[in-house]
Design a protein around this ligand. Structure first.
Ligand SMILES: Cc1cc2nc3c(=O)[nH]c(=O)nc-3n(C[C@H](O)[C@H](O)[C@H](O)COP(=O)(O)O)c2cc1C
Length: 192
């Protein structure tokens, strides 16, 4: 089949739909939606995120030097989209609008979103100027998981987590079926 060149693009499918929460005052926090993010190293665990410099969140992220990354369930698409459409400069209490409960983190000042079954406490390790935004390399200091998403061995089960997924064609999805087991299925092609 012929290939059509599309030029430089951000068309990587799928992407995570994440909620970055940052403390804005002693008892309040702002939440923004982030999809340009991912795990980039394992030891120590690190994530990289691109965050626009003109967002309401950005000066708070800069002054705190840390934030939480919260993984929403697939049934949370409406409030997740809201946090990506409406700035904290127009709604300074997005968590209340979304009817979310904020829980204290253990290592940083920014809170966790209770309704998200998986949460990461992140500290900024490095920042790169990246056009209209900053590319933050963050260390994951702590991971919080609802017990309901853990399997019998205490590991996070993707099916129970049921994360919301974003695709760059502008849709939210949920996970589909398991296809094969990773680090295992490929053994079928190993030469003896
Ligand atoms: C699905 C989705 C993904 C988004 N991903 C990002 C992202 O990766 N980085 C970013 O800076 N903004 C992203 N945005 C836009 C911000 O979430 C949006 O501008 C938000 O209103 C910023 O909030 P704030 O001004 O309260 O900080 C995304 C929005 C949506 C709907």
């Amino acid at each position: 089949m012929a290939k059509k060149p599309l030029g430089p693009s951000t068309s990587l499918f799928p992407m995570p739909a994440l909620l970055v929460a940052v403390k804005t005052a002693p008892q309040s926090a702002n939440v923004m939606t982030v999809a340009w993010a991912g795990i980039v190293s394992g030891d120590p665990p690190r994530m990289a995120l691109e965050i626009g410099r003109n967002h309401y969140s950005t000066p708070f992220i800069e002054s705190e030097g840390s934030f939480t990354v919260n993984v929403p369930r697939s049934d949370m698409a409406v409030p997740v989209d809201y946090c990506g459409l409406v700035s904290g400069s127009h709604d300074p209490d997005k968590p209340a609008t979304c009817r979310w409960t904020l829980l204290p983190s253990t290592r940083i000042a920014s809170p966790l979103i209770a309704e998200c079954p998986l949460n990461f406490e992140c500290r900024i390790e490095r920042k790169v100027e990246a056009g209209a935004g900053y590319f933050y390399l963050v260390e994951i200091l702590e991971t919080h998981a609802d017990e309901a998403i853990l399997d019998g061995e205490g590991k996070i089960d993707a099916g129970r987590l049921d994360p919301l997924i974003f695709t760059p064609d502008g849709w939210y999805y949920r996970l589909g079926e398991r296809v094969e087991q990773a680090f295992s299925a490929g053994k079928a092609l190993r030469r003896a």
